[in-house]
Design a protein around this ligand. Sequence first.
Ligand SMILES: Nc1ncnc2c1ncn2[C@@H]1O[C@H](COP(=O)(O)O)[C@@H](OP(=O)(O)O)[C@H]1O
Ligand SMILES: [Mg+2]
Ligand SMILES: [Mg+2]
Ligand SMILES: [Mg+2]
Length: 340
Amino acid sequence: MATMGIRLRVAVFGLLMVGIIYYLYTGVISRRIATLRQRRTVDLRELLALSVEAAVRGGREVKRIREDNVLEEQSKGKTKEGASEKLTLGDMNSHKKMYYLIKNTFPYLQVNSEEHDNTREETAVWDHLIPADIQQIGDGKEVPAEDVTVWIDPLDATQEYTENLLKYVTTMVCVAVNGVPVIGVIHKPFTEYTAWAIVGWGSNVKARASYSEKSPQFIVSRSHAGKVNGFIQTAFGNNTVVHAAGGAGYKVLALLDPTDEKYEKADVYFHITYIKKWDICAGNAILKALGGHMTTLKGEEIDYSGSEANNGGVLASISVDHQSLLAKVRSAEKQLAEIK
Ligand SMILES: Nc1ncnc2c1ncn2[C@@H]1O[C@H](COP(=O)(O)O)[C@@H](OP(=O)(O)O)[C@H]1O
Ligand SMILES: [Mg+2]
Ligand SMILES: [Mg+2]
Ligand SMILES: [Mg+2]
């Protein structure tokens, strides 16, 4: 009798435990499902403020490393054209500050940086303060986090950085929603100037008062030019003025009216070799916000989701007829193909 009583108590206790475990387990699972179902959103105005902060903090590292002269220059390999792809401590330190500031604030966002490092920078924390000029654009707007891709260039114009041509150096952040560039930030660490824009909402940089539609001046790469000069002469005439400058961010600023220093006053940014999306996304967003255009040389819009590659070249303009520029590029391509 006594053993029966003990067995019964053990059985009842066992059943009770199974019940408790089942209850807890289903609770946890259902909460997990509920969290997954709940679509996370991010506020674009907050993302703009965070992007500016990231670009500024990265820029401080870029400046400090240059001033302390501790570049620790290395090569990441070669571009398709055989130029050395340089990497310095400025690129890496800036990457850590920028990438982890964004990742620590919004861990679930897709952030694609040119550089990579696995040591998480825990101290990179954002205070969520929105600067007054960004507050002025009005209320925020939520978008689903899964639609967002952030592109970071922790140091654009690394080649020029190593040559001490510091006016070309920028840090950049771009936010694309469903592949469309929406927020662009280009920061100049050595003049402490920041240009930002958010498409359909506002910007702190303007277009110039005038552009030369008749005989546009071009700005092109000084270190990854390829055969760009010959191409421009075929397409736009032998007397076309072509400025060579470093940095994709810098070349977009040279189409606009930035207030920090003198620029080349170019009308068109033209690039024919391979380039990556972190180089061009911020400039694309800023131009788009100001009514300009950035396309491939075939006139396609660039999709800022998926892979980092842009193989189609870059044609960027503002207040100049972009379609007529494209028509001249097409005709030059035909002529050059016939010569070959
Ligand atoms: N052919 C190419 N292959 C790879 N990257 C290129 C490239 N042409 C330009 N870029 C990158 O685009 C940016 C602007 O180049 P440029 O000054 O020649 O116009 C630079 O970015 P980083 O300095 O961030 O690497 C450069 O490395
Ligand atoms: Mg690089
Ligand atoms: Mg770059
Ligand atoms: Mg870079």
